[in-house]
Design a protein around this ligand. Structure first.
Ligand SMILES: Cc1cc2nc3c(=O)[nH]c(=O)nc-3n(C[C@H](O)[C@H](O)[C@H](O)COP(=O)(O)O)c2cc1C
Length: 163
């Protein structure tokens, strides 16, 4: 039985995840993209992966940058999640207006996010209509006062522990 794209979406959206904003600087121009397809790959060395749509504007930007920031979103950041998921918005301006830090290696990180990681791309794999970026985590910070945002069935919410 062939899996239709509707069936594939219907299955995948029932897998809950967090949401990240992947930030980068392409020749001095900062940008970012909302990404839910983020996960850890290896502990030693610390590796993560993200999957980027081959039609996303950010694909070339990430390839040019060679590095990116993973900013894990907290429960207050729904608006930011949807803003970075839009191609219409000037993301360079948006990052400038947000409290942010630029690392020594030139990666912009969003100070308000729950976790910020600086990552260096180690390999890229084109698979179907997406490109998988595997990256080494080189530095990071945790904001222990907030809680992580949850993405489930195309909606954004909070985690509740079972009794
Ligand atoms: C919650 C959420 C999660 C998303 N996850 C991904 C993802 O993992 N990979 C991806 O390529 N796009 C993902 N997107 C879509 C991109 O954020 C969106 O296509 C964006 O407009 C691309 O920006 P760009 O074209 O400026 O690079 C997600 C969008 C939302 C709202």
């Amino acid at each position: 039985m062939a899996v239709t794209s509707n069936m594939f979406k219907s299955m995948m959206k029932r897998f809950s995840s967090g949401v990240t904003i992947v930030t980068y600087s392409d020749n001095g121009k900062m940008s970012g993209i909302t990404v839910a397809s983020f996960c850890s790959v290896s502990m030693e060395p610390p590796l993560v992966l993200i999957c980027i749509d081959n039609s996303a504007y950010s694909l070339k930007g990430l390839q040019n940058a060679g590095r990116f920031g993973i900013n894990i979103c907290n429960t207050d950041q729904k608006e930011m999640v949807y803003a970075f998921a839009s191609s219409e918005i000037d993301k360079n301006k948006m990052i400038k207006e947000e409290k942010h830090t630029v690392t020594k290696m030139g990666v912009p990180l969003l100070d308000s996010c729950l976790v910020r990681m600086e990552c260096k791309i180690v390999s890229q794999h084109v698979e179907g209509d997406h490109t998988i970026f595997v990256a080494r985590v080189e530095d990071g910070k945790v904001n222990r006062e907030n809680e992580g945002l949850v993405y489930y069935k195309s909606k954004i919410g909070k985690f509740t522990e079972n009794e």
